[in-house]
Structures are given as C-alpha cells and as structure tokens.
Design a protein around this ligand. Structure first.
Ligand SMILES: [Mg+2]
Length: 243
C-alpha cells in the first residue's frame, strides 16, 4: 500500500521557501492543469507511432506502449533498449500536437516573474515540446533553462542519474532548490538530493497511487491542487515581510 499524503491545499508559508534560489518545474500536467488533457494527444500519438513502426493494430501497440511505460518509465526508453530505436523521429512525431486546449496564463506569468531566483524546466519530453508549451502559456521568457530527455541521455525521471546531471549542469544547489511535479514518484530523487518538493495533485491516472505514481517515503513536502493560485499566493508572500 502506498503512502498517500492526505493534506488538502495548504496555506502557503513563504518562510518555507525563502531559502530557494532555483525553481525546478516539470512540464506536462504541472505547468498546465491535467484536465486540459493535452497529454492525451501525446499518449495517442505514441500508440500510433508504435503501431506504424511495428505493423501492429492500435490496440496491440497500446499494450506494448503501456508495458514499456511500466517497465522503463517511458515508452521511448523501452523502444530504445529493446529495439535500438532512433529517438529523434519518435520525439518529433509524438510532440506534434495541438496546444490550443491550453491558453495564455497571465496570472502564472506574473507569479513566475515575481518569484525570486532562477526557474528551470525538467521534462521527460523534448526541448521543442517544452518551448511549444511555454510559448502557448505565455511564460517562455520566465525560464532560464530547459532540461529535456535528450540532455538526460534518454534516461527518464525518476531514475536518479539524470537528476544528478541536471544539478551539475545548471549548478543548482539542491538544498536551495524546489522541484514541482505532478508524478509524485518523480520527486523521490529530488528529495534524496535535498530539494524541497511540491506535488501538484490531480485525478489524472498517471499520478494516481494505483498507477504507482506516489511511491513510498517522505519525498512529498508540499501538496498543491492549483499551481497557478498557489504560486500567486507564494510569490506575494515572498515579496512581503518575514513572519
Ligand atoms: Mg508531468
């Protein structure tokens, strides 16, 4: 049985975040809400790609896709390890999606602008996908860097190795960093490095405990239901006097 954190959306205590110099955000279902269902398009295109590549029916391809996801963390990792597949055409195909279900978010942009410190994206997707999403949200100028699956040498979260490379590459002091993620188990290596962690909870099945999304242990420090509102409150609090 997984350890399931029970707190609701918490009142933000800015003092828990005054030490932070680097804000690390996951991309999909974190910087935009899971209910936008954008990732469903990526998910579908992964199935299509596998069906086409292996001459499978869509249903057979989906089974293969899900098996790889469970075993390797991403379908791409399974395809690379078991079939020595070139990741580049895969990444181009699966991220060629319609981003109009999400829209520009002025409140998110303002909250990010007001947060002191660097902001970085850490995604299991590609830089191109991240740039596409950030541009659509209208927040691209707020970020100082994007760390993607290519930079991670195609080793996805939650493998701890790319986290170590991430903090090295961006000279992040984990004790002065926050990681924000919708897949709670991806916070395990971040917490182990000494980062403060924020879980953006959703009803989406890939972050549900029964999909193995939560994991075990004390790796969830804060739970948030609405990132935009939470960051807005936090940035306001951080601009105010110390409690
Ligand atoms: Mg995510």
């Amino acid at each position: 049985m997984s350890h399931i954190p029970t707190p609701g959306p918490e009142a933000t205590d800015p003092d828990s975040f005054r030490h932070v110099e680097a804000w690390v955000f996951d991309l999909d279902n974190t910087l935009y809400p899971a209910h936008c269902n954008l990732f469903a398009q990526v998910d579908r295109r992964i199935g299509e790609f596998i069906a086409e590549r292996f001459g499978l029916s869509y249903e057979e391809a989906r089974a293969k896709q899900k098996a790889y996801f469970r075993t390797y963390g991403t379908s791409l990792r399974g395809l690379m390890l078991e079939h020595d597949m070139d990741p580049v055409p895969f990444l181009e195909y699966v991220h060629d999606i319609d981003v109009t279900p999400i829209g520009p978010s002025e409140p998110l942009d303002q909250a990010l602008a007001a947060l002191p410190g660097r902001k970085l994206v850490y995604t299991n997707g590609s830089v191109r996908h991240a740039e596409n999403i950030l541009a659509r949200l209208g927040i691209a100028t707020r970020f100082d860097g994007i760390y993607d699956i290519v930079a991670a040498d195609y080793v996805p979260k939650p493998d701890p190795r790319p986290y170590a490379e991430f903090v090295r590459r961006f000279e992040v002091d984990p004790s002065r960093a926050v990681m924000v993620e919708d897949i709670a188990r991806n916070l395990v290596p971040a917490a182990a490095l000494g980062m403060t962690t924020v879980w953006v909870r959703s009803e989406a099945d890939w972050s549900r405990p029964d999909m193995g999304g939560v994991g075990h242990g004390d790796h969830i420090h804060h739970v948030v239901d609405d990132l935009e509102a939470w960051l807005g409150d936090l940035s306001t609090g951080l601009a105010g006097p110390r409690a």
